[in-house]
Design a protein around this ligand. Structure first.
Ligand code: MTE
Ligand code: MO
Length: 383
């Protein structure tokens, strides 16, 4: 494959792999802004970044089981009502390195920054599907179509040189409140090549793997997408399953991500002076569930303090979907006195009262996905 036309990237990104390009920002840079700058947003690719230079001729083929196929040009997408949705995108492999420390897993070695929060601008998929005669809030069509498949332009080795693809349920795709977008903007600017120029899917509240970049076609299909990343990857297995006894067909593709929180203001291990320390980070849950609470411990989880939470400055955060960005992370902060070396821990609770698991061993899985265990950092206090 050809990596001669990769775009320029920010020098402070921590590179996990050069080809394909996989990189994340330093954790200290991540929680310093509610909206993650595009340059610092993690980049997760499975092949070379496609080159789309003739934007006039670029179009997405939409095929359904009924009716005639349609070609969707950028001008057609731009003609539909434009929505700006603030949504956190998180790779299922975020925090994989920490899981690998208890028992080896396969996959890109992410620290805690394979996640970012952006304002995605574009058309709602529900509006696009209406153009080809699929009404809003459709659960299944007469001809049996139940899933919407997104196929990319890129080429990856996992698909034997074919394109990256994924699908979501038709009921989610046609639900305007699910806010599934065909996005052409990120933080108010046209998408850049790394993030899917000219058009990508954003599926809020769902693992990043389903938000297909560089969209080439949309297919309404009867069964879920049979691609590698749906059927042979991004599934959550129990700790008893390893590479010698895995049966992929026993599990469903992961969609919503679980409740997560991470301390970004401290490295593990961090040396500090005794005294007041501000502990800050992010917390987010999938499926549009807001963050109800973030607990911080400075004694390894024996006692807890509640951190303050925020989204937009000056607007109180309430996890009620009306005054909050329901698909977006919250930033948390608490100032504490740390007199001696200790373990600092964060854990969040979402609006369905889901909590993070205490120990990573209990959720170990061979692909190293969804490490949402309590986030722990060691601090060494010296004079
Ligand atoms: N879409 C295409 N076409 N190719 C890819 O490799 N990677 C997926 C998803 N969409 C991918 C893709 C994965 S695993 C993630 S986590 C997100 O894109 C990452 O999006 P980002 O690079 O914009 O952060
Ligand atoms: Mo991912």
């Amino acid at each position: 494959s050809d990596y001669s036309q990769e775009p320029p990237r920010h020098p402070s990104l921590l590179i996990n792999s050069k080809v394909p390009f996989n990189a994340e920002p330093p954790r200290s840079a991540l929680a310093s802004s509610y909206v993650t700058p595009v340059d610092l947003f993690y980049k997760r690719n499975h092949g070379p970044i496609p080159v789309v230079d003739d934007i006039e001729r670029y179009c997405v083929d939409i095929c359904s089981l009924i009716g005639t196929p349609k070609k969707l040009y950028m001008r057609d997408v731009r003609m539909l009502p434009k929505y700006n949705v603030t949504a956190t995108l998180q790779c299922a492999g975020n925090r994989r390195t920490a899981m690998s420390k208890t028992r080896k897993v396969r996959g890109v070695g992410w620290d805690v920054s394979a996640i970012g929060n952006a304002v995605w601008g574009g058309a709602k998929l529900a509006d696009v599907l209406e153009l080809i005669g699929i009404p809003k809030l459709t659960c299944s069509t007469q001809s049996g179509g139940k899933h919407v498949e997104f196929v990319s332009i890129d080429k990856c080795k996992e698909e034997n040189g074919g394109p990256y693809k994924a699908s979501i349920r038709l009921s989610q795709a046609t639900n305007p409140e699910a806010d599934v977008l065909l996005a052409y903007e990120m933080n108010g600017k046209p998408l850049n090549r790394d993030h899917g120029y000219p058009l990508r899917v954003i599926v809020p509240g769902v693992i990043g793997a389903r938000s297909v970049k560089w969209l080439d076609s949309i297919n309404i299909i009867a069964e879920e997408c049979q691609g590698f990343f749906m059927q042979k990857d991004y599934k959550m297995f129990p700790p008893s399953v390893d590479w010698d006894n895995i049966n992929w067909s026993t599990r469903r593709p992961q969609m919503d991500f679980p409740v997560q929180s991470v301390i970004c203001s401290l490295e593990d291990v961090q040396s500090i002076k005794p005294g007041k320390v501000t502990i800050s980070g992010y917390a987010v849950s999938g499926g549009g569930r807001g963050i109800e609470r973030v607990d911080v411990s400075i004694d390894g989880g024996k006692t807890w303090l509640e951190a303050s939470r925020s989204q937009k400055t000056g607007v109180p955060y309430i996890a009620d979907h009306v005054s909050s960005d329901k698909w977006a992370w919250v930033l948390f902060e608490v100032t504490v006195d740390i007199p001696y070396s200790t373990e600092i821990v964060a854990k969040a609770v979402d609006s369905a009262a889901n909590v993070q698991p205490e120990n990573v061993q209990d959720i170990w899985n061979l692909r190293g996905i969804l490490n949402t265990s309590w986030h722990r950092v060691q601090v060494r206090v010296g004079q």
